[in-house]
Design a protein around this ligand. Structure first.
Ligand code: NAD
Ligand code: TYD
Length: 358
């Protein structure tokens, strides 16, 4: 039975990935989830999983070398799937320091502990071990409008403190691959959307504000483009790269779903208007009047777009969920989980750990 050490599993993508893995492998795998439970970590995302015998939660900071070493000492880890990071561009503009701390130094701690556990006396690594570093397409910088794409060979050109910290962490992983032959892959994915996303990011923020009749803040002219990837398609891609990715390679993961921000916002308003019954009093305020143009983000990247050709050719993965379907599933999820949103926006979710794990 393989043991996975997942970092950041209480966050958005990490918790979806853990759900995906237990749905797919059930009792054939073990998962240890290590998460510091920052403002973005929410154990309610995993409340249906915490009683499983083959799941363990460890509250620890990835920068805490002793805590991470202890996990490796007590368990034979086969896969590290490294999600833990500070992930929000706007926060990185206000406070870059914690981004360098967690994203760069934390990644280095994870690499060092995995290397120490997996390296054999002759300098080779134990067989069938893999470290998968989850990164972003934002490391490649910004594209203009047109038909150019990010490829794995595109030079790094990060602009925000967030993307600079992720680019640095990718370089540290690459250094371990190149110097020690360390068994790692790097994946660079586009913007994810789906269930359990913290409502500071565009899609859950717009869904929540629309339902509450609050203004919908559009940065700049609203024509910045992101390439949206349904989070469950991403979870599947990560699993496939873990199993089939050639050691040392990097893979871009994208959704083939390029959209301007303003298009996304209008789709969300239209979809919510369709879903609400006429008798629902909220229906009266669900319209384009909520859209409010605000000051642009500093250094706002214009367009991200990924060509996921390599992962398709070498691994056989391609995105399965079209935006029109994924956004409906996502809005339906937020509709059905308004208590989750209420706990997150009120801060109540942070009490959950104390209650559950006291
Ligand atoms: P998230 O912010 O929702 O979750 C991050 C998780 O990491 C949280 O559970 C948080 O508590 C944990 N964490 C933060 N600092 C930690 C520390 N020092 N020690 C231990 N745990 C810590 O992020 P996400 O959107 O799920 O992103 C996951 C990964 O995917 C990140 O590495 C991010 O850079 C990358 N990524 C995200 C997107 C996206 O659209 N969300 C796109 C590309 C890449
Ligand atoms: P975001 O979800 O923060 O992801 P990222 O910056 O990593 O791409 O933002 C997605 C896009 O939406 C980005 O172009 C900024 C824009 N945006 C808004 O226009 N208004 C908002 O309130 C937010 C959070 C983002």
């Amino acid at each position: 039975m393989r043991t996975y050490l997942v970092t950041g599993g209480a966050g958005f993508i990490g918790s979806n990935y853990i759900h995906y893995m237990f749905d797919r492998y059930d009792n054939d795998i073990r998962i240890i989830n290590v998460d510091a439970l920052t403002y973005a970590g929410n154990l309610e995302n995993l409340s249906d999983i915490e009683k499983r015998d083959n799941y363990t939660f460890v509250k620890a900071d990835i920068c805490d070398r002793e805590a991470i070493e202890k996990i490796f000492a007590e368990n034979e880890i086969d896969r590290v799937v490294h999600f833990a990071a500070e992930s929000h561009v706007d926060r990185s503009i206000r406070n870059p320091e914690v981004f360098v701390q967690t994203n760069v130094l934390g990644t280095q701690v994870m690499l060092n502990c995995a290397k120490a556990a997996w390296e054999q006396e002759d300098g080779s690594f134990k067989p069938d071990k893999k470290f998968l570093h989850v990164s972003t397409d934002e490391v490649y910088g910004s594209l203009d409008e047109g038909d150019t794409y990010f490829y794995e060979t595109t030079p790094y050109d990060p602009h925000s403190p967030y993307s600079a910290s992720k680019a640095s962490s990718d370089m540290v992983v690459k250094a371990y691959i190149d110097t020690y032959g360390f068994p790692a892959n790097i994946t660079n994915c586009s913007n994810n959307y789906g269930a359990y996303q913290f409502p500071e990011k565009l899609i859950p923020l717009i869904i929540n504000n629309t339902l509450q009749g609050k203004k919908l803040p559009v940065y700049g002219d609203g024509k910045n483009v992101r390439d949206w990837l349904y989070v469950m398609d991403h979870a599947k891609a990560i699993d496939m790269v873990c199993e089939k990715g050639k050691i040392g390679e990097k893979y871009n993961i994208g959704g083939h779903n390029e959209k301007q921000n303003i298009e996304i916002i209008k789709i969300i308003i239209d979809t919510i208007a369709e879903m609400l019954p006429d008798s629902d009093p909220r229906k009266a305020h669900v319209n384009y009047d909520l859209i409010t143009y605000v000051t642009d983000r500093k250094g706002h990247d214009r367009r991200y777009a990924i060509a996921p050709d390599k992962i398709k050719k070498e691994i056989g993965w391609e995105p399965e969920t079209m935006f029109a379907d994924g956004i409906k599933l996502t809005i339906q999820w937020y509709f059905a989980h308004q208590d989750w949103m209420q706990h997150v926006t009120s801060g109540d979710y942070q009490k959950y750990y104390e209650e559950m794990y006291q």
